[in-house]
Design a protein around this ligand. Structure first.
Ligand SMILES: [Zn+2]
Length: 86
């Protein structure tokens, strides 16, 4: 499944893929594409999507920053009751 979204005035593609090597998601700044492994659910899906969006917002931030920020946002949103509508 592929979706498109706008981020900071640029059009990005969000693709759900069967598998990725060594990751649940990735972000390509040049292609402006985020890929997320399909079938993720719950808090893990939220965390992976936020993680890749943080990369997309600022590609220059290092992995530990992105991981820390996305985990914090996940925890705040999860505790606030954010879940996928089915
Ligand atoms: Zn990352």
């Amino acid at each position: 499944m592929t979706r498109y979204f706008w981020l900071l005035g640029k059009r990005w593609r969000l693709r759900f893929v069967r598998a990725l090597r060594d990751a649940l998601g990735d972000c390509d700044d040049e292609l402006r594409e985020i890929r997320v492994v399909e079938g993720l659910d719950g808090k893990e899906r939220l965390r992976v999507m936020l993680h890749e969006l943080v990369h997309a917002i600022d590609w220059h931030k290092d992995e530990s920053y992105v991981d820390s920020v996305s985990r914090s946002m996940t925890n705040v949103l999860w505790r606030d009751g954010w879940r996928r509508g089915e």
